[in-house]
Ligand binder design. Structure first.
Ligand code: BGC
Ligand code: ZN
Length: 370
């Protein structure tokens, strides 16, 4: 069957003939690919700055943001049947017996670095017609989310990030004590850096958690992303027209920053303006570039004097996938048009070159296989 392959040793990205996988242990599920989202990580892999093929292969099948349909289940599979919609997670555990996180199904915290990631690091991904996975790596998706469920994986970035934030902010019990259980951010202010899919989905998640939410992104207003962001109740501020200081004046105490821009300069400028007891969540993975200057003394002073925390988060555990699917259902009720408009184009697999290496615009572009 056909798949989109990256051949780093030959510096090629092309359609490859990939052997159709079969169920090999009874806990496995065979899945037909319905949709695969494309993100910055895929583009970096296609520029050979990231990613690696599995051992014994000269290509890596890419694609890690998948929605699929179950076509066959092994005899031990309990949670799925033919016809079910599923989203697979990305990380797979390392083999080391003493890696406690991996042994406890928390490979997102793998302590050896020998984890693999489907479509990214040493395991084939989902940009192909069929794939097989163990049921423990799959989360079921209700049928009413069919049109948007390809957004689950990027949404898990926000879900795990916010779960981490609540873990850390348990140190402020008086904040959580006063807020409703399903909107713990009520009365708090969040800034999202970046208005790509991870940023916009992050803004929706923060709003849904009760935060007063500001999206800080480059393009001047008016622009389509600003309109989209404001259509669901976040405020959009352009970094071209408002400095970080002006942003901080507008927002007031910045309780949380959700970084989804992958640009270090602006991130560290905003870190300097984080508020009292604030938390800064990093999700971007910038390619290493020349060193930049940052106001290290001021950042360090503030971190101490304001009790701040900066935390990095890589996705994601099973709970984050379940939370993403449940929140997607909430977004679908509250903001159906905004949510659907995140998917700006559906294309056939033949268009892979333009999508991955061209400059196709849009928010989230998707390869649709059915
Ligand atoms: C993926 C994550 C992955 C990360 C690092 C992201 O684009 O969504 O699942 O862990 O890249 O490889
Ligand atoms: Zn991605």
């Amino acid at each position: 069957m056909s798949a989109v392959g990256v051949l780093p040793f030959k510096r090629e990205v092309r359609l490859v003939e990939h052997v159709a996988p079969r169920i090999s242990t009874e806990g496995e599920v065979r899945i037909k690919s319905l949709e695969v989202g494309i993100c910055g990580t895929d583009k970096e892999i296609c520029h050979f700055v990231y990613g690696a093929p599995p051992e014994g292969f000269d290509y890596l099948v890419i694609g890690h943001e998948s929605l699929g349909e179950v076509v066959e289940v092994g005899s031990d599979v309990r949670g799925f049947k033919k016809g079910d919609l599923v989203v697979p997670s990305v990380r797979r555990p390392c083999p080391h017996p003493n890696c406690q996180p991996c042994r406890e199904a928390r490979q997102d915290f793998c302590s050896t670095g020998d984890f693999t990631e489907r479509g990214i690091k040493m395991t084939h991904g989902f940009m192909t017609e069929y794939y097989v996975d163990h049921e423990k790596y799959l989360t079921p998706v209700p049928g009413n989310l069919r049109d948007v469920a390809v957004l689950v994986e990027p949404l898990t970035v926000a879900e795990k990030g916010i779960a981490q934030a609540w873990e850390v902010q348990k140190r402020l019990p008086w904040v959580l004590a006063n807020a409703p259980a399903d909107a713990k951010g009520t009365g708090l202010r969040a800034v999202v850096l970046g208005a790509g899919p991870v940023g916009i989905l992050g803004a929706m998640t923060l709003l849904r958690h009760g935060f007063d939410t500001y999206v800080y992104s480059r393009s001047k207003k008016p622009n389509p992303k600003a309109e989209l962001v404001e259509s669901f109740g976040a405020k959009y501020i352009s970094s071209e027209t408002e400095s970080v200081e002006a942003l901080a004046d507008r927002v007031g105490n910045i309780d949380l920053v959700y970084e989804a821009v992958g640009v270090s300069k602006i991130s560290f400028q905003v870190l300097k303006s984080l508020g009292m007891n604030g938390i800064f969540i990093f999700t971007g993975i910038p390619a290493p570039k020349l060193a930049i200057e940052i106001e290290a003394d001021n950042i360090m002073r503030n971190m101490v004097l304001r009790n701040q925390v900066a935390v990095g988060t890589v996705n994601a555990d099973r709970q984050a996938f379940e939370d993403a699917i449940s929140d997607l259902g909430v977004f679908m009720k509250r903001w159906p048009d905004a949510l659907k408009s995140l998917i700006t184009g559906r294309y056939r697999m033949d268009n892979y070159h333009e999508l991955l290496l061209g400059d196709k615009s849009g928010i989230k572009n998707v390869i649709a296989l059915d």
